[in-house]
Design a binder for this molecule. Structure first.
Ligand SMILES: [Zn+2]
Length: 365
């Protein structure tokens, strides 16, 4: 799907709010038990409900809103939501598990999300899954998501196993995302937080937003954004605690005295976030930090944490700002996606890597 495709597609989207942060899962989830690692599984409880298991233990009970587009559309119509962007449930990203199972899982999830979108392409868009622990495969799956499946981009976690997103082994992935001008939704996982936070029962309120801030600050400090200038990094949950911490990060950079000229706050204006803050003052801070064009409505539908009704936090914004956050900012992002432009780039990356490898072997004797 080329740029013309997105232009046409945007004109066909249903009117109303656009929710950039919703989750979906296949009730007929792939059986990954033959793979090494701890992968989630889904057990159907009946036609309308299922439970997600992780390591054989209950992770979450879910209902048909996670997979039935007709059930979702009923809720969307009731709340004035025209379009949802579907994304994997973070527990399924499985970035810390062995690659083989994660590769199969990502592909299966993308097929499922694509099929959901196909049932009502005027109502649904998608962020795909990528096996980040196998970066070269993740590049290929990213390209498939954007070029072949017509996704807005992909969703990734705040870290990949023990690696931070600023790790150089993800550079090619972000460069290709930049070439595509694709979105990369960075979403924390509720089992990855500091054990002190988990044991205190503060994972949702403190652990997840902290993980998001850590990931974002590392990306800012590493200058990964400079290497991937057109990748559209979207931070879940209003950017977590990052908006509140940017002035302190700026001061820390000054105190470090390393001559860095561009402040973290300035670089952060390239980031985007959703509006899921549950608080107008926090939303306004995110708008101040990232910019009026860089915040988009997100609700975490269909889970208990979701904002309901969708977009209620936007009620006190000006008409212009509410229109941007609830719809037009996402449309602008989609209009800039450049599918089809980077198969050559991926090939060049592989060729460059091959040349570097052969140089290494030559000089290394
Ligand atoms: Zn979420």
């Amino acid at each position: 799907m080329r740029k013309q495709g997105w232009t046409d597609r945007l004109t066909r989207l249903a009117p109303g709010l656009i929710d950039v942060h919703t989750h979906a899962i296949d009730p007929d989830f792939p059986d990954l038990s033959q793979y090494e690692g701890t992968f989630p599984s889904v057990e159907r409880l009946g036609p309308h409900s299922a439970r997600i298991l992780l390591g054989g233990q209950l992770y979450r009970e879910v209902d048909e809103r996670c997979w039935s587009t007709s059930a979702r559309i009923r809720d969307m119509d009731a709340e004035g939501v025209g379009v949802q962007i579907l994304s994997p449930i973070p527990v399924t990203l499985s970035h810390g598990e062995p690659a083989a199972g994660a590769i199969e899982l990502a592909r299966a999830q993308n097929e499922f999300l694509s099929a959901m979108v196909a049932t009502a392409p005027d109502r649904f868009l998608a962020f795909g899954a990528v096996p980040m622990q196998a970066p070269e495969v993740a590049v290929d799956e990213l390209i498939r998501c954007v070029n072949d499946l017509g996704f807005v981009g992909v969703e990734i976690g705040t870290r990949i196993g023990d690696s931070d997103l600023s790790d150089g082994r993800f550079r090619d992935f972000f460069r290709v995302a930049s070439d595509l001008s694709a979105a990369v939704l960075i979403h924390p996982f509720d089992r990855a937080s500091d054990p002190r936070i988990v044991s205190a029962g503060l994972t949702f309120g403190l652990g997840m937003p902290t993980d998001t801030a850590v990931a974002a600050a590392q990306l800012l400090k590493s200058r990964m954004l400079d290497e991937a200038p057109d990748a559209r990094f979207i931070l879940a949950h209003g950017g977590g605690s990052l908006p509140a911490l940017l002035p302190r990060l700026d001061r820390g950079q000054l105190l470090a005295g390393n001559g860095e000229q561009t402040s973290m706050s300035t670089r952060a204006r390239k980031l985007l976030c959703d509006s899921l803050t549950y608080d107008l003052a926090s939303l306004e801070l995110a708008l101040t930090r990232f910019g009026h064009d860089h915040v988009m409505m997100g609700t975490d539908y269909p889970f208990a944490a979701r904002e309901t009704p969708a977009g209620s936090i936007l009620a006190d914004l000006s008409d212009d700002l509410r229109a941007r956050v609830s719809r037009s900012n996402l449309c602008t992002l989609c209009a800039s996606i450049r599918p089809g432009s980077n198969a050559q780039h991926a090939a060049k990356i592989r060729a460059d890597r091959g040349a570097a490898d052969s140089r290494h072997h030559t000089t290394g004797g």
